[in-house]
Write a protein that binds this ligand. Sequence first.
Ligand SMILES: *[C@@H]1O[C@H](CO)[C@@H](O)[C@H](O)[C@H]1NC(C)=O
Ligand SMILES: *[C@@H]1O[C@H](CO)[C@@H](O)[C@H](O)[C@H]1NC(C)=O
Length: 416
Amino acid sequence: MRNWRWVFTMLLYVGVVLKIGALELDRAQQTERISGSAGDVLEDDPVGRLKVFVYELPSKYNKKILQKDPRCLTHMFAAEIYMHRFLLSSPVRTLNPEEADWFYTPVYTTCDLTPNGLPLPFKSPRMMRSAIQLISSNWPYWNRTEGADHFFIVPHDFGACFHYLEEKAIERGILHMLQRATLVQTFGQRNHVCLKDGSITVPPYAPPQKMQSHLIPPNTPRSIFVYFRGLFYDVGNDPEGGYYARGARAAVWENFKDNPLFDISTEHPTTYYEDMQRAIFCLCPLGWAPWSPRLVEAVIFGCIPVIIADDIVLPFADAIPWEDIGVFVAEKDVPNLDTILTSINPKVILRKQRLLANPSMKQAMLFPQPAQPGDAFHQILNGLARKLPHDRSVYLKRGEKILNWTRGPVGDLKPW
Ligand SMILES: *[C@@H]1O[C@H](CO)[C@@H](O)[C@H](O)[C@H]1NC(C)=O
Ligand SMILES: *[C@@H]1O[C@H](CO)[C@@H](O)[C@H](O)[C@H]1NC(C)=O
C-alpha cells in the first residue's frame, strides 16, 4: 500500500516537472522586468556620483603576490584583484586625493594559496596592518578619519575576521584597524561579529567566460527537479560531523540520497554547468560560510536558488530581489525539502524563472573583463555612492585618535 502511494506521488511529481518543462517551452525566452525600486537601483550608473582615489602601493602588496601564484586570478576570492584593475581605469577614479570621496588600498590579502589552491588567511592581518601603516604615514587622509572614508576588499570566508573556521573567526573579530572602514566582502550573515553595519556584500568570483562557454539553448527543458554537486560532509576538518554546514548538508544527503527527484552527489561532472541549466531548483546550502559560488552559478544558469543558510545576507540585497527569485529554506526544515519544493505552485516557479532570465540580474553577479554597465563592479560603486555624503562626524579633530594600533592578537603585530 505504502509503495503504491509512493509510486503515485512520484508520477504526480514527474507530471509537475514535465508540465513546467512544457510551459517553459511556451515562454520562449520571456523575461520579466523587476518592478519597483530594486530594478531601478540595479541599473544605476555610478559615474559622476563618486570619486575614488587609488593609493599607489609597492608591488609586494599586490602585483608581486599575484606573479607568484596566478591561480589567484581564478579562485572565488579573485574579486579583490579584478576590482583593483577595474578601478585603475574607471572613470570614477581621481588622481587628486583632495577631491576623493573614497580611498582604496589595493592589497591582495587572499592570494596566499596552499599547494591545493586553498586560500590561507593567516598572513592577511599583518599584511593589512602593514599597508595601513604605509598609507597613514605617507598620506594625510587615513589619520583624518582613521579609515572611515576608506574601503577595503576582503572577500575571505569570514571577511576581515581572517579565519576560515567560524569559531576562530568569531574569536578574532574584525581586524581592529578596519573597524571604521567600509568592508566589501563576500561574507554576509545577520547579527554576526564578522559583518559590521555598512559593509557591502558582494557575490563570490565565478569565471564569466568559462560560464558563458557552457551556455546551452535557453529553451532546453528543465528535466532535473533538484540539483546539487558538492560536499555533504567535510571529514578532514570536521571528523565527528555536525559543524560543517551546521549539519544542513548532511541532512540533505541522509534524507534525499535515494529520492529520484534529487540529483545530488559529491562528484562534479564535466557537464556541471549544463546540468544546472537543465534543473529547476539548485541547492545553495551553507558550507563553512553561508555563501558559495553556487549562488552565482544558479542565477547565471537560470536555476532557482534554494538558499539554505539561516540569516544569510545576500549579495547586493538592496538591488537584487532575492526573495522573488529564490526559495529560502530554514536549516532545520531540510528534512522537509521535498515537500516544500513540490508544493510550490508552478506559476510561482515560472515567475521566478522569468525574473532570473533578466540579463541585469545576471550581470550584477559577474566581474567581467572588461567591465560592463550594471556588473558587480558597478554595483559595488553604487553601494559606495549610496553611502555618500560622509557624515561630518567621521572627521576626527586634530590629534584625536580612536583606533588603537597595538590592539589585537600579538601575532598580528609582527611586521609583514
Ligand atoms: C598618522 O598617525 C600616525 C600614528 O599616530 C603617525 O605615525 C603618522 O605620522 C601620521 N601620519 C601623518 C601623515 O601625519
Ligand atoms: C591598546 O591596546 C593594547 C593591547 O590590547 C593595550 O595594552 C593598551 O592599553 C591600549 N591602549 C590604549 C591607549 O587604550
